[in-house]
Design a binder for this molecule. Structure first.
Ligand SMILES: [Ca+2]
Length: 428
């Protein structure tokens, strides 16, 4: 063995190198082993052999080395140092590799954790999305059901509307054909109804007197010279509200009137009785608070329209003949009384004045006589009148009882303002 060492040293060809192997004691280690071979062996084998010798029996190796010359020993030391460095480098490389692998392991572990978490999140999102899809599908199904129902309803409505249009056209054509005849028929029925009403509901009361001189009379004067006969004639005559009669046997014993204009308490040569429908009143709108917005004279009132109705809905008008319209006075023919009764609430107006014009009495009024069963008065105060005459604080609704031939009495007081332009309905 010593010869071998000498050979190795002398040739300076002893090569030690680390060998990775499993040693007998089961531990993984890097060991150096001697190389028992010939000079022809490689340097690596020589180093392996030298290392094997040292490790197998260090004491023996040292003992043998003591017999070598110092230079040979120095060479061996150098070789062993080289082997040690190689071993340490190898160890360091392995340690570095291990650290690198550990770092990589940590990193891949973190990446794995992140990936797992991302998968969980994605799974959650997919689940939520699937649930949303399920809900949305339910909503779609529901809406489709509603759409079907509505579509069917639409079709039905469209069909019904088309049918209604056809029916309307048919009815319109029928109405166009029949309307003239129906209008005539209705007018007749209204007249008959009025007459029937006069025959049953209306009561007349009589007192000494007679109607206006020379009428105007309603229909022919006749010789029906008793209350019973003359009243029967009045009840069967449309528009008859008043009659006077005498029991004298004369050709004009019975006279009919539609209003009380000019009626007299004088019984005349034939001692007449004057009979009128009970509940018959004259009605008027009255004010003594007129004012002009432009600061001119008072005692004036511009009224665009006035109308009277026999129902509380103000829908059934009471016809007011021209000679039944009454007022305190008016400014000129351009604004005469008739313009408050012409059916137009815009433009045409009654330019009312007191009985003695703008500078005397402050009482200005407009109305109608001989109205039975009044329930509503409709009145339109215009907006754009040049002199702006109108009540400033109050309007009174007044009536006059014809049987008693009394004074006007106030039925209602209405607080007023110059700002109250427009149409107003006063219920009685
Ligand atoms: Ca008018």
């Amino acid at each position: 063995m010593l010869c071998l060492f000498l050979l190795l040293v002398q040739t300076n060809a002893v090569i030690l190198q680390p060998v990775e192997t499993h040693i007998q004691n089961t531990t993984n280690a890097v060991i150096l082993q001697p190389i028992e071979t010939h000079i022809q062996n490689t340097d690596a084998q020589k180093k392996k052999q030298l290392l094997g010798s040292v490790l197998s029996d260090p004491k023996k190796f040292i003992a043998q080395a003591t017999n070598l010359d110092p230079f040979a020993v120095q060479d061996i030391i150098t070789l062993l140092d080289a082997l040690l460095r190689t071993s340490k480098h190898k160890e360091q490389d392995i340690v570095d590799t291990l650290e690198d692998e550990l770092s990589r392991l940590v990193k891949t572990g973190e990446e794995l954790s992140d990936a797992v978490e991302a998968v969980d999140v994605a799974n959650g999102a997919v689940k939520a999305a699937k649930e949303a899809v399920t809900v949305a599908e339910g909503v779609v199904t529901e809406k489709e059901g509603i759409l079907r129902v509505k579509s069917e309803e639409h079709e039905a409505a469209d069909l019904a509307h088309t049918g209604a249009l056809d029916a309307r056209d048919t009815a319109q054509a029928e109405l166009d054909d029949l309307k003239p005849g129906l209008d005539k028929e209705q007018a007749m029925l209204i007249d008959v109804n009025k007459m029937l009403g006069q025959l049953t509901d209306i009561l007349f009361s009589c007192e000494p007197g007679q109607g206006g001189e020379n009428g105007p009379y309603l229909g022919e004067r006749t010789n029906d010279n008793s209350r019973e006969k003359c009243e029967r004639r009045c009840r069967s005559t449309v528009g008859c509200l008043i009659f006077d009669y005498t029991t004298d046997d004369v050709s004009d014993a019975c006279r009919l009137y539609s209003n009380s204009a000019g009626s007299r308490t004088d019984v005349g040569a034939h001692r007449r009785q004057f009979c009128i429908v009970e509940g018959l009143f004259d009605w008027r709108l009255f004010t003594d608070t007129t004012v002009r917005r432009d600061g001119g004279s008072n005692n004036c009132w511009d009224v665009n329209e006035i109308a009277f109705f026999s129902d509380s809905q103000c829908s059934v008008p009471i016809e007011i003949p021209a000679n039944n319209r009454i007022n305190s006075g008016y400014a000129s023919s351009k604004h005469a009384l008739e313009f408050a009764f012409d059916g137009s609430e815009v433009g045409s107006l009654w330019g009312g004045r007191s009985r003695d014009g703008e500078f005397g009495s402050s009482e200005v009024w407009i109305g109608a006589r001989d109205i039975a069963n009044l329930k509503c008065i409709k009145f339109t105060q215009g907006k754009s009148v040049s002199n702006k005459c109108r009540p400033s604080s109050e309007i009174q609704i007044q009536k006059r009882n014809k049987q008693l031939r009394g004074d006007w009495i106030t039925e209602k007081e209405i607080m007023w303002s110059v700002e109250n332009d427009g149409t107003h309905e006063f219920l009685i």
